[in-house]
Design a protein around this ligand. Structure first.
Ligand code: GRF
Length: 208
């Protein structure tokens, strides 16, 4: 069975969505470890409650990103991880980390890439920018992670309507519930079933 490592920094609702989908048999894989960059992340509690190994490798305890990543790399290698899922992980990963696990790291981003992504677009800031620009449709994207923030091959996207009554908080909740928690498990399932082919920074999803 495929071994997944999940990197988190916050509440872990996307982690929960993965756990639920493994439990109900939609995804055939095992979450071997959940690693948080912050010790107070609620995601760690969710992992413990589901008997998944939960560790904190705090970004703060390393001066250099290079040393932080070396520790993460040897940790994941020691666990023989096949897929790393960034589920609300707030640190940017360098070329070195990304190349070590090429096309084996996926991320969920709360907009339709290439809109509202890249440096500075994270958390509520994304939804604030969406409302400020007045776009009528936003959504979520699951993509492979490469060395440029939010520029790796796109695996799945799901659109969500923006309403004039939306606040960033309301929109964030709708994007999470109706897009993120659906396409992240779906992309993991595709990966586990070996159905994603990457060519020239583009993915092709194999049909059944
Ligand atoms: C999500 O909006 C995700 O798209 C973004 O960070 C947030 C994490 O939420 N990358 P959670 O920790 O999964 O609840």
């Amino acid at each position: 069975m495929l071994k997944i490592g999940v990197l988190v920094s916050g509440g872990g609702t996307n982690l929960q969505a993965i756990i639920n989908n493994i439990k109900k048999g939609y995804i055939n894989a095992e979450i071997v470890t959940v690693v948080s960059s912050r010790k107070d992340a609620f995601a760690l509690k969710r992992a413990e409650e589901n008997n998944i190994e939960a560790v904190c490798i705090s970004r703060k305890s390393f001066d250099l990103l290079e040393n932080y990543e070396k520790t993460l790399i040897s940790y994941f290698e020691s666990k023989n991880i096949d897929l790393i899922v960034l589920a609300g992980f707030m640190s940017i990963l360098s070329k070195n980390f990304v190349r070590t696990f090429e096309n084996k790291i996926i991320n969920i981003h709360p907009s339709l890439i290439p809109s509202f992504c890249g440096k500075g677009y994270y958390g509520l800031k994304v939804h604030e920018a969406v409302i400020k620009r007045g776009v009528k449709v936003t959504g979520a994207t699951v993509h492979f992670v490469n060395e440029n923030a939010d520029e790796g091959p796109i695996i799945l996207q799901k659109p969500i309507e923006v309403y004039s009554s939306d606040t960033p908080e309301i929109l964030q909740k709708r994007v999470m519930e109706n897009a993120e928690w659906i396409i992240l498990p779906e992309a993991i399932k595709l990966f586990c079933e070996n159905k994603i082919v990457v060519e020239n920074n583009i993915t092709i999803i194999k049909e059944n």
